[in-house]
Design a protein around this ligand. Structure first.
Ligand SMILES: [Zn+2]
Length: 665
């Protein structure tokens, strides 16, 4: 019987305490404990097993940390002044150097210098026993824990227990807790007491990607450092250094692609560089350089140049070219969704270049972006770029949802080309406005003002200008073309002369309409309705009105009207009824006016042109802001139709981007 074998083993073996099997609480990774003690760069590469670049070139000093100058400065000051915090919170995206920083701090706290007599220093020596042990992840006092796998209160209790003992080998016990936001609430509470009064020889270093999930009570007891994403230019510099040390040559475009894909994370970038070196071997050009094509293939990206070519093709409306480019990229293994993503990013870059011209000198901008991007920024207007952006965003969603991604991407490109082929409303309006002016149509505000010297005309253009600038435009035309709904702010705005008819200011109505308006002002809603919809004026003179009511109007209506007018005006009115036909009701007259306006709008050359270019477009509701409550024009003659300002765009007002490149109107 050997049923006791397992249980007896530990005692029999008499294991030495510090060694643990597998990843313990502060689990070290056995694979890391490579026998070599030499600095990485001096190793004989042939003899030692391959180590990934991220590990091999992990920074060991503050100076090696790239892109975190502010934090390094603060830490250096703290060490110089001997005022190092007992708890740190390092936050930032993954792979930006949080645990690396934590380990450097641990060494800085524990370094005793080559002679064994040094104190805490911001420049740990790297050769003393403490430095070497920490570098190799086997210092008994520097304990690293991943809160993602150890979230419970018991795990934290273990730490708290450990803080009660003096350091075994070093000067300071350092607890590095990664992904600290994963700790449970109880675990945080347990930790809090220790954080409030940390033992003198204990330092906590927390790292997290999600600072918001860390309780404020914990945060407030830590010195906090936000590690920033490493700028692309610095990544390029680092990767090029490392490639050189590895005796690998990558083109600058290739390095830029790796840096771009790294998205600010040194670790991610180095993993990509690892892959690139592995895949690039044997794919180098004649000079032994790994080119951008290898990298873009590896990343599933279209070649950078291809992305530029593609965007240019769609923005200039060349579908054959665009589709051929996508086919070629697809054949080389590029993912259609990623290609669109690249185009989207390029639209963003070009828009930024247009908005902030100084970016053109930025070192962060790769060469291709700077040269071709600048050219595109000068060629395409912001509205065109915005339209491309919106369509690409939508297109990417379609590609993600499609069963055939490639076909979906094709459709997106075709649609972009199709839209590019259409003149922008801006151009259209500019062109037509010019033509129209020479044809003497008098469609613009200044020509109205010039055509008649009457004061009313002056009022008209002034009012129009103010109504436009105040945004009182009628709703934009809704253009529906090719299944793509585009909203166009091409308002068919009628002139807006302020009606000189101000019923409340005129106690003695001079016209039938004014009389009815007066009834409305008197809050006689029912009577007002009857007058508006069912009363036909036969004759009107101040003080004497003759009407024909429609059949359904109650007999007392005329009498009632008389009373209301008497009361409101203080004079005596007579209201007679007649069998004569009389005028149409006010309501019917208003409807006629709108019909008339609609015909006018449809006949306008600009509307005609729009309908020709956008065959599926429809003329929406036509509103005439010059009409009064009854849909009727004021006494003055009605001027010509007027149109939107020249800078009217495809976009709704609230979507319209700020474009410093375009002159504001
Ligand atoms: Zn040292």
């Amino acid at each position: 019987m050997s049923d006791n074998t397992d249980a007896q083993l530990p005692q029999d073996e008499g294991l030495p305490n510090p060694e643990m099997e597998g990843p313990g609480l502060f689990g070290d990774e056995p694979a890391q404990q490579a026998p070599e003690q030499l600095p990485a760069t001096q190793q004989d590469q042939a003899a030692s097993p391959y180590r990934v670049l991220a590990r091999k070139y992990r920074p060991t000093t503050f100076d090696d940390l790239i892109g975190q100058e502010a934090m390094v400065r603060t830490l250096r000051n703290a060490f110089a002044l001997g005022r190092v915090a007992h708890a740190f919170m390092l936050t930032g995206v993954r792979g930006v150097g949080k645990t690396t920083t934590a380990r450097i701090i641990a060494r800085a706290l524990n370094c005793i210098g080559p002679d064994g007599k040094g104190g805490p220093t911001a420049d740990p020596c790297g050769v003393c026993a403490n430095c070497v042990a920490i570098l190799n992840d086997r210092h008994p006092d520097v304990l690293e824990m991943d809160a993602a796998s150890r979230t419970g209160v018991d795990d934290v209790r273990e730490i708290i227990e450990a803080t009660r003992f003096r350091p075994m080998q070093g000067r300071m016990k350092v607890f590095i807790i990664d992904e600290v936001h994963m700790l449970s609430r109880n675990a945080f509470n347990a930790l809090l007491k220790t954080l409030e009064e940390p033992p003198a020889q204990v330092t906590f270093i927390f790292a997290t990607t999600e600072l918001r999930k860390v309780p404020v009570t914990v945060l407030s007891r830590c010195q906090r450092f936000d590690l920033r994403r490493v700028p692309q230019s610095e990544l390029v510099g680092l990767f090029s250094c490392i490639a050189e040390k590895e005796h690998v040559r990558l083109s600058s475009d290739a390095l830029a692609l790796v840096a771009r894909a790294a998205d600010g994370s040194v670790r991610d970038g180095l993993s990509l560089l690892d892959q690139a070196i592995a895949q690039g071997t044997g794919q180098t050009d004649a000079d032994g350089v790994i080119g951008a094509t290898v990298i873009s293939d590896m990343l599933g990206l279209a070649d950078r140049e291809v992305v530029f070519d593609l965007l240019e093709a769609v923005l200039t409306g060349k579908p054959e070219q665009a589709l051929a480019l996508l086919d070629a990229a697809y054949a080389r293994g590029a993912d259609p969704g990623l290609v669109l993503g690249d185009m989207l990013e390029l639209v963003h870059t070009v828009s930024r270049l247009r908005a902030v011209p100084s970016l053109r000198d930025s070192a962060d901008m790769p060469e291709a972006e700077r040269v071709r991007g600048t050219h595109m920024a000068d060629t395409f207007t912001v509205p065109v770029l915005m339209r491309a952006w919106q369509m690409l965003v939508k297109g990417m969603q379609e590609v993600e949802a499609a069963s055939d991604r490639r076909a979906a991407a094709d459709m997106v490109l075709i649609r972009l080309c199709y839209v590019a082929d259409m003149p922008s409303p801006e151009d259209l309006i500019k062109r037509l406005s010019g033509a129209e002016g020479s044809a003497g149509q008098g469609g613009t505000a200044p020509s109205v003002g010039a055509s008649s010297g009457a004061p009313s005309a002056g009022t008209t253009s002034a009012v129009l200008a103010s109504s436009v600038s105040a945004g009182h435009q009628p709703p934009p035309l809704r253009m529906v073309s090719g299944g793509q709904s585009v909203s166009a702010a091409v308002p068919v705005a009628a002139p807006v002369p302020m009606p000189s008819v101000e019923p409340q200011a005129l106690p003695h109505p001079r016209t039938w309409r004014e009389a009815v308006a007066l009834v409305k002002d008197q809050k006689e809603a029912i009577l007002h309705g009857q007058l508006r919809h069912a009363a036909h004026l036969v004759s009107f003179a101040p003080g004497h009105i003759v009407l024909r009511f429609e059949q359904h109007v109650p007999a007392g209506a005329a009498q009632e009207l008389r009373k209301v007018l008497d009361r409101a005006t203080g004079m005596s009115w007579r209201v007679g009824l007649s069998e004569e036909e009389g005028e149409p009701t006010l309501d019917a007259q208003g409807a006629e006016i709108i019909q008339f306006r609609r015909k006018e709008a449809e006949a306008h050359p600009l509307v005609k042109a729009i309908l020709k270019f956008f065959p599926d477009a429809e003329l929406g509701e036509v509103r005439d802001h010059g009409l009064d409550d009854y849909g009727l024009p004021p006494e003055e003659p009605v001027p010509e139709l007027l149109f939107a300002p020249l800078d009217a765009e495809f976009l709704d007002d609230d979507e319209r981007p700020y474009d410093p490149g375009m002159s504001p109107d």
